[in-house]
Structures are given as C-alpha cells and as structure tokens.
Design a protein around this ligand. Structure first.
Ligand code: HGY
Ligand code: MN
Ligand code: MN
Length: 424
C-alpha cells in the first residue's frame, strides 16, 4: 500500500468520525449514550457504511450493529459460520472525544471495504461489530452489549435505571428491542475465531516513544463501586459543627482516602477516580444528609486491586463511624485483567513489521470491549498514538496518517490471519 493510499484511508476515517461526532445529545459537545435517539441515528449511519462496504447488516438484541462479510463461496446466510470479529463501541462518555470507540468500528469497515474492492474473500467470515454500551455512561452497566454477544448478559442489569429513573428494560423496549431476548445475542465459541479491536491509546506512551501504533499486552481490571453515605440533615445556621452528621464532609474524606490508597501502589499502576457525586437534599442552607458517589478503581493486576477495595471500604467505615454517618457499597462492575492472546499479538506485530513500523507492546489502563470478548474467544488490540495522551475529552486527537497506518495494519493482519495458528 502506497503512502498516498495510507493517507487516503486516514482521511476517510477522519471524515467518517466527523460525521458520527455530529450525532450528539448535546448541541455544543459530543455525548451519545446507550439506547438514546442519538445512538439509534449513529447505529443507522454505521449500518449504512457497513452495507456500502459489502456487508450484510443486522442488529442484535442489545443493539449491536453487526456487519457480516461472507466467506468465499458466499453461502453464509444466517448460518453460524466461523468468523473473525472486529469491532469497538459507538457510545461515548459525556463531552467525549470523537475517536474513542468509533475509530475501531470505522477501521473495521474500511478494512472490509478494501477486501470487497479487491474481490477478496477468505475461508472464514468477518463480522464488524458496533457495540452500544461500552462506557456505562447511562445505566449502571458497563460493557453490557459485548457481554451479551459473549453470552454473559446478566438479567439483573435490566432493572438498572438511568439518572431519569428509566430502567434498562424500558429503554430497550423504547428502542425496539425485547429485553427477554437479550440472551439471544450470544455467539458460540465455535463461531468466534478471534476478536481484534483497533483503538486510540488514550494515554501518552506511543507519543512518548515516537511510535504511531502499538500492540496491547493486557487490559487493566477495574471496579465500579457505588458508595452511599448517609448522615443527618440540619439547618446550616443552627447546627454546631461538633454536632453535625454531615454526609458530604464524610464522603469528601472518603474520596481523599481513595486517592491516598491508589497513590500508595505505583507498583500496581493503580488509579482511583470519583467522577460522579450526588449531594442530597442539595440545598445551600441544609447540612447534607446523603451523598452517592461512584469509585472507579483499576490496577494492572487483580490481587492488589481487590486488596485496595477492601482497604478503601474499611477506611470508609471508620470515617463514617467517626462522623455519626453510615456507609453502604454496591460493586456493580468487577472486570478482571484481560490478557491479549500472544498468537494474535504476533500477527499484529508481523503486520506492523511488513509496514516497516516498530511494534511496541503496552498495557491498557483504559477498559475495552475486549475484556468482555476475552470470555468468548482470544482477543488482541492495536493502539493508535493519541496526542498528548488526552482522552475522554474533546481535545482527543489521532493524526490521519496514524489512522491510515492502523487501517493498513489491520488489513495486513486480516490478509495473513490463519485460525489454524490458534494454539490448542
Ligand atoms: O472507562 C474506560 O476505561 C473506558 O473508556 N470505558
Ligand atoms: Mn472510553
Ligand atoms: Mn473506548
């Protein structure tokens, strides 16, 4: 592939991402949450691109858009044929960048289009997947759509509600889905040859190394734990400081404790974040009697992460007791560290080498659908350099040349992919 062709691929990707980024719940920033009307519009657009690239398009019971590129001989139909899975997500965080997730879907579409234009088919099919709930930015679920495809949808998720009190089951019906059929989204292990995801790095490592692309070795495990602190409402002007049971001051100490615990474990690459916090009753002249916040806790390996959560919870109990408050915990997401399959890493590395590129390895601190898919099949991830390592922020940026190289590397990986190479 010539440099001009690679640049052209990157420009195509940028234009597609720009078109997707215009589909947002907010007028002045990119926010597109699971099962919203904007998700529906983005899913429709992605389905159109898949069809134009020569794929048969369907949507599963968790709203994942699936583009199917049939095997040589073209007799797939609805048969459960072996397929290489390529995908990522089209939902976003609040005030998101336009590359996180979407680029992996666009890269898959451009790769299949390349083979369709070359009239090239394989003895395996290719499915390009656009997942709708990777971020967990609407419901108390994370990775639910890829979990469903991997056969791990949990019925308890259906009762989870968004900030407006809308249950997932209700939102599914409003979207045109049947919550009772959620389990039907699953692929069998026999159908899934491997899963490969292309994603912006969301960190500074590749830029620091001067490498446009990198190969992920593993994805850090993560908890999301809802913490409910309860105290006693009171008059801001009359309750003496020594008699207060102030839920917000207690919660604030807990947030600082989470930071201290993570900072104490640099060897585990541990990070702790509280990104949402709700104060009740929420009046300036009332001592807060309730605070709900969510702790996002991650580490490169699972043992220190579990130990850190136990330490955090014990510290919260101490803080609550000292302040006459109570504290409750609900860990609604516990996703273990997921290792990328060496044979797939080597396939990606060989493709980068054929392009004359270095093939640095790195751990992903960000979570990805690959963590769900690792429970169904072997998986690998190809990272693209991220300017200043900024993500989950509209300043997120990947250069067109780097994106073009990622698509070219994916094309090279697919062209050389041999399922028989999978270790027994
Ligand atoms: O939170 C994450 O790591 C991912 O962006 N969902
Ligand atoms: Mn993200
Ligand atoms: Mn992502």
């Amino acid at each position: 592939m010539t440099p001009a062709e690679i640049e052209r691929l990157g420009e195509r990707a940028e234009a597609m991402l720009e078109e997707l980024a215009a589909i947002s719940e907010d007028a002045d920033r990119l926010t597109r949450r699971f099962l919203t009307p904007e998700h529906r519009r983005a899913a429709h657009l992605v389905g159109q691109w898949m069809a134009e690239a020569g794929m048969a398009v369907s949507e599963d019971q968790l709203a994942t858009v699936r583009g199917h590129y049939a095997r040589a001989g073209g007799t797939d139909g609805a048969n459960r044929v072996p397929r290489l899975l390529i995908g990522s997500h089209i939902d976003t965080v609040i005030n998101a960048g336009k590359y996180d997730g979407m680029f992996g879907v666009v890269a898959g579409i451009l790769a299949v289009e390349h083979f369709r234009d070359a009239d090239k088919r394989f003895d395996f099919a290719i499915d390009v997947l656009a997942f709708g709930d990777e971020e967990g930015s609407r419901f108390p679920t994370v990775l639910s759509s890829s979990a469903a495809l991997a056969g791990n949808f949990e019925q308890r998720w259906l009762a989870g509600t968004d900030a407006d009190g809308v249950a997932l089951a209700t939102a599914m019906r409003d979207y045109g889905l049947d919550p009772d059929a959620a389990g039907g989204a699953a692929l069998t292990p026999e159908e899934a040859l491997a899963y490969v995801e292309v994603h912006i790095e969301q960190g500074p490592v590749l830029e620091h190394q001067g490498a446009p692309l990198g190969i992920v070795t593993s994805i850090a495990g993560q908890f999301r734990t809802r913490v409910a602190v309860r105290g006693m409402a009171g008059h801001a002007g009359t309750v003496p400081m020594t008699l207060r049971r102030d839920a917000l001051v207690a919660a604030s100490e807990m947030v600082v404790a989470a930071e201290a615990i993570a900072k104490a474990h640099p060897e585990a690459a541990m990070v702790a974040t509280v990104g949402t916090l709700k104060v009740m009753p929420g009046a300036a002249n009332v001592v807060p009697d309730g605070v709900d916040f969510v702790l996002d806790l991650r580490a490169a390996s699972d043992a220190p992460r579990h130990a850190a959560l136990a330490t955090f919870m014990a510290r919260c109990e101490e803080i609550a007791a000292a302040r006459g408050c109570t504290v409750g915990f609900d860990t609604y997401h516990d996703c273990p560290t997921a290792a990328c399959a060496p044979w797939l890493q080597e396939g990606l590395a060989a493709s980068l080498e054929r392009l004359g590129l270095p093939a640095p390895r790195l751990v992903s601190g960000a979570g990805h659908d690959g963590q769900s898919m690792s429970k169904l099949t072997d998986f690998a991830m190809l990272f693209v350099r991220c300017r200043d390592g900024i993500s989950h922020n509209p300043l997120e940026f990947a250069a067109t040349t780097d994106m073009g190289l990622a698509v070219a590397a994916l094309i090279g990986f697919i062209a050389a992919f041999d399922p028989k190479q999978r270790p027994a």
